[in-house]
Ligand binder design. Structure first.
Ligand code: SF4
Length: 421
């Protein structure tokens, strides 16, 4: 990004915001400024595509139209409404946070960033998104999409998630938003205490911009060029609403400035883009090292009694629970060599059950982040289901409708097909 005159900066902002107004995609949560709904949508959108979120969001806010309604609901029911979206800790935190907001904040999402960050599962990104969209707080968001846009605009190379670089990008995003407010000191405090969904926190000390304002303006490369933009932007009275600005940046990253093959010819801010000018678009951001896949085999026991009922257990350390999202699951164990023998042993130890026969069912592949899992279900026909405190029975054909993980659903489907066929 080259040095920009005040007019250019105004043009930059105007073009991005006008482009957003024309091209923003319709989404069920767009247009609302209800902090509760903004919060739900932002939590659902973490690591999940918009198209996948839409039906879940609609159903969720229909069942729980207000924060108080969510707080009143049973945890099991909340998980059921979430089932299929994955990353279930998000739903548990959402529910816990709703209860906390009823207890401490009068049933409303708090307006102060520190109070928002103290809620379960609310980190820097979520707090900035909710507070900017619902309450006009000048807090810039930085997710993967915005980081890519900011880096390309300024020609910033390297792994964007690298320590230090992400923090720098947060500062740049905040400066681009151009907000000056009483939040600044608090944000610095928040950065120290911030914790989140794998994202770091933003501060807004803006020391370089202040130097620029004092007239000591020098160009030290892309970072300074971004600063020159933020400096000019902040001189512009009025300004765009923080929530609109954040959404415009996110939308640009999601639809035009995409990771691969960005559509620069359609980009509203292409003329200010340093990466484009230098032919670095494909090189920014640099590819991240992929974590090597770990192969895991899980043997699961599908009990079936004469009435078509099966046994589900509450996750426990012995039951390979990390692979079933902490939800009701079939008794299961991670195995290494002999799946049958190891599952036999597990059932004996955890359920005091001696299985006469374990009938192997077709295996299925499943992946969770870097883990490549082979699910090996075994059918156990029995006159009576084993008894266990943290266990429940349910018709096998119902399992898919319960609050269970997609791995459990896969196992249930395989077993149902085998029993029917
Ligand atoms: Fe991204 Fe291309 Fe626009 Fe630069 S010109 S911001 S690389 S889409």
């Amino acid at each position: 990004m080259n040095k920009l005159s005040e007019r250019s900066v105004v043009a930059f902002r105007a073009r991005l915001v006008a482009w957003y107004a024309r091209h923003k995609r319709a989404m069920p949560w767009r247009g609302t400024r209800d902090a509760y709904r903004v919060w739900v949508s932002e939590v659902m959108l973490q690591q999940t595509r918009v198209a996948a979120v839409e039906p879940y969001y609609r159903r969720f806010v229909k069942k729980f139209p207000t924060l108080r309604a969510l707080a009143r609901a049973r945890g099991e029911y909340v998980l059921k409404m979430w089932a299929g979206l994955g990353y279930y800790s998000r739903a548990r935190n959402l529910h816990r946070a709703a209860r906390e907001m009823v207890a401490k904040h009068g049933g409303k999402f708090p307006r102060e960033v520190e109070a928002a960050l103290a809620l379960p599962g609310v980190g820097r990104y979520t707090a900035a998104a909710v507070l900017s969209i619902a309450y006009d707080k000048p807090l810039a968001v930085l997710d993967g999409n915005v980081a890519r846009v900011v880096a390309r605009l300024g020609g910033v190379r390297g792994d964007l998630r690298a320590a230090g670089r992400w923090k720098k990008l947060e500062e740049k995003a905040q400066e681009l938003m151009g907000a000056e407010s009483g939040e600044t000191g608090k944000q610095e405090e928040v950065r120290k205490r911030g914790r989140e969904e794998g994202k770091s926190t933003t501060g807004a000390a803006l020391p370089h911009s202040m130097a620029l304002r004092a007239g000591r303006r020098r160009d030290h490369g892309p970072a300074d060029r971004l600063e020159s933009l933020s400096y000019e932007r902040r001189q512009d009275a009025g300004g765009t609403k923080p929530g609109e600005w954040n959404q415009a940046m996110m939308e640009l990253g999601a639809t035009v400035c995409t990771p691969r093959a960005p559509r620069c010819e359609e980009c509203p801010v292409a003329r200010w883009c340093r990466a484009r000018k230098l032919g670095l678009v494909e090189k920014i951001p640099s590819a991240r090292k992929k974590r090597e896949a770990v192969k895991v085999t899980i043997a699961a026991a599908v009990f079936l009694d004469g009435f078509g009922y099966t046994l589900l257990v509450k996750p426990g350390r012995a039951d390979a629970d990390g692979y079933f999202s902490g939800l009701w699951q079939f008794p299961a164990v991670e195995v290494r060599k002999n799946a049958t023998a190891e599952l036999h042993r597990h059932l004996k130890e955890s359920l005091h059950f001696h299985a006469e026969q374990l009938d192997p069912l077709p295996a299925a592949k499943h992946s969770v982040t870097y883990r490549e899992i082979t699910l090996r279900p075994f059918l156990i026909l029995t006159g009576r289901l084993p008894k266990k405190k943290a266990a429940r029975s349910a018709p096998l054909s119902w399992v898919e409708r319960l609050a269970v993980s997609s791995a459990t659903k896969k196992i249930a489907r395989i077993a149902e097909r085998s029993v029917a066929g």
